[in-house]
Ligand binder design. Structure first.
Ligand SMILES: Cc1ncc(COP(=O)(O)O)c(C=O)c1O
Length: 403
């Protein structure tokens, strides 16, 4: 079931692969995170990159969250979902001139600047438009997030942000400019973080710099500690609770008195989604284990292929009998197209429905048309039943840009 709706019924009507989201859980997660920080002035800016499906973003907005956009496209998602420009922060390495020009003229809450060069470009655009733009400086604190190297962003070797020393001298130089208003500092050390230390150290890096800037006569408005809070993908996996997270960050930020911004993505959206997929073939391996071949693959859920990520896989209607040892694999022509390696499932047969758990973040949004596979449909369960919130792509949709 997803809330009170049988998954099998949704798959019957909408087909598979199908991403299903629980509106109730999206709401609960936003409220739980918000409550953990209730003792301190803060704003949750949902990281749209985690799941940019409009209906999902609207559900999250309905609970009072604001938005973190990572591209011009995500700014459009935020606007269509109903956020006002002053509720949007704009992050991202490699913002183009056009993206920056639009952001500058829109009056966003802050553009999180990634480099001294980008600060100069923002200043030039703001000067050309005779406007004053709100900027936060993204710091790279050289902190190891302890998560997968592909989702660790806070080490000196990573492409993100500038050193505290660079940010300090930029802030001093920029303070005298008419068209830039340095309003905050930003840090994001990585994603799927499961211990307090990297989050605390990231926050400390910007809190320390904020104190230095205050002494220099440059007062700020906010500290943005990014996202990163991890979830338990594997049964029994140790993670931080939202209260642990607040206990790591608040003592560091509180002495500055600055408003706190958080950019959570995964923690809110991941557990609120499952990917439904049907078994299309079964093949026995040399060692007696099975390949359970399903109709969802790396084109629908890239994380296992990209990061070796674990997602729990269950039969929606488990059959009686001796469990089978298996690898659950997709139909894509790549050996990395494996959704779950070394699993145990109840006996399964062609046509059975499986649910891949915790796919609400970095799932549907990472879909591709590789092997010319149309992109899966997405459904939302809310208090009044369920509905498709993104229709299944057709082959005609997929080919519409080809000559
Ligand atoms: C700048 C920034 N903020 C927020 C997030 C969201 O992170 P998470 O989904 O781990 O909360 C990311 C994702 O990597 C990010 O790059």
């Amino acid at each position: 079931m997803c809330d009170d709706v049988p998954l099998a019924a949704m798959a019957e009507v909408a087909g598979t692969p199908l991403h299903v989201y629980s509106g109730v859980l999206l709401h609960t997660r936003v409220r739980e995170l918000d409550a953990a920080f209730a003792a301190y002035p803060h704003d949750l800016h949902y990281a749209i990159k985690a799941n940019a499906t409009l209906a999902v973003v609207r559900e999250i907005r309905s609970q009072g969250a604001h938005a973190d956009a990572n591209s011009g496209g995500e700014i459009d998602v935020a606007l269509r979902a109903g956020f006002t420009p002053d509720q949007i922060v704009f992050t991202g390495v490699g913002k183009t001139h056009d993206e920056l020009a639009r952001a500058v003229t829109m009056g966003l809450k802050a553009i999180n600047a990634e480099s001294p060069g980008e600060m100069e470009r923002i200043d030039a655009i703001a000067t050309a438009y005779s406007t004053r733009v709100r900027v936060a400086l993204r710091i790279n604190p050289d902190v190891d997030a302890g998560s997968h190297p592909h989702i660790s962003t806070g080490l000196r070797a990573n492409k993100f942000g500038m050193t505290p020393a660079q940010a300090h001298s930029m802030a001093l130089a920029m303070a005298a400019r008419d068209h830039l208003h340095v309003v905050g500092l930003h840090v994001h050390v990585g994603s799927q973080i499961t211990s307090a230390d990297p989050l605390r150290r990231g926050a400390a890096a910007i809190a320390d710099l904020a104190r230095v800037l205050a002494a220099d006569g440059i007062p700020l408005e906010h500290l943005d500690v990014g996202g990163g809070l991890g979830i338990a993908y594997e049964p029994g996996q140790a993670v931080l609770s939202v209260d642990d997270y607040a206990a790591a960050v608040l003592p560091v930020v509180r002495p500055t008195g600055l408003r706190l911004i958080l950019e959570p993505g995964r923690w809110i959206a991941a557990p609120a989604g499952v990917l439904l997929t049907r078994v299309v073939d079964m093949k026995v391996q040399a060692d007696g284990r099975w390949f359970v071949i399903v109709d969802a693959g790396m084109t629908d859920l890239l994380r296992p292929a990209l990061y070796g990520a674990w997602h729990t896989i269950e039969a929606v209607t488990p059959r009686e009998g001796t469990p089978i040892a298996c690898d659950v694999v997709g139909p894509v022509c790549e050996s990395s197209d494996t959704l779950g390696r070394g699993r145990e499932l109840p006996p399964v047969a062609v046509g059975d429905l499986l649910a891949v758990r915790d796919t609400g973040a970095y799932g549907a949004i990472m879909a591709s048309n590789y092997n010319r596979r149309p992109i899966a449909a997405e459904a939302l369960v809310d208090g009044s039943g369920w509905r498709l919130v993104r229709r299944r792509q057709t082959v005609a949709d997929m080919l519409q840009w080809d000559e």
